[in-house]
Write a protein that binds this ligand. Sequence first.
Ligand SMILES: O=C(O)CCC(=O)C(=O)O
Length: 278
Amino acid sequence: MTETEKYEFDRQGFIVLPDFLRQQEVDCLKPAIQKLEKHARKNYQLEPRNTRKPNYHFNPEGGYHVTGGHQHGQTLIIEDFFNFDPAFDFLVNHQKTMDYIDGIVREKIAINNSELRVRYTGNFSGGHGGGYARGYKHRYSIKTGDIDCMMVRFIYFTHDVSNEGGAFCVVPGSHKSAFPCPYACSIDEEPGMLGLEVKTGDAILFTEALRHGGFTNHKNETRMTLHVGYGPYWMMSQNIATMDEPLFIKPETWKRYNTEQKELFQPWLRQGPEYQLT
Ligand SMILES: O=C(O)CCC(=O)C(=O)O
């Protein structure tokens, strides 16, 4: 992270990283994303349901949890996408990503969230977050002259997303706001809300303390983005289906990872010979 990026991240609570993924990486992710959306669309209403979150289907074959719907105005949120396809493996301990996370999370780092967000025409993501809600999980702070974040997120884009197409949107600087957002209007009309238009291969890094959401998708195309959350090593899953449990990683997925990748998934919490570190 350059000094300019650090300044901008602190000032705004996010940075847009143009051309972050190589073309080869986009080409690897794109078919896997499409395959996962198709799989989840076919299965999300089936049994088994997640016992703690019955609105989620757990898919044993694909290793994911999914909720939502696929009609106009709906979204499918597919958590634990890492299990679905080895095409996603390179995003675990992705050097370029980790260089940024290292610059803003002070403790040993772990992945605490992974989701493919599928947003069909007419869907929006409601605004949430904002510095006033400085709960320990989302806290943004400065310690001994450096950025010290709890949960932060990367979003990876494998197609262009315009404001019309449901851009991820933010209220810049709101990670430092002292008061709750007073607006009850639609996210598209919220004062201060800024859409971040991006191109294929771009990424966005933001602190969960920032007020953010997604504009309404008015295009006749589905918006599909990969979101990965990071934080200190002790923070458990921040996926909704498995909140505050160890992040769900299938033994088959675990086996594919090298030691450095496994270190990002709290190996000390995983029992049994199928979860060896080396
Ligand atoms: O991209 C969106 O529509 C919203 C994403 C979001 O809320 C998040 O990643 O925390």
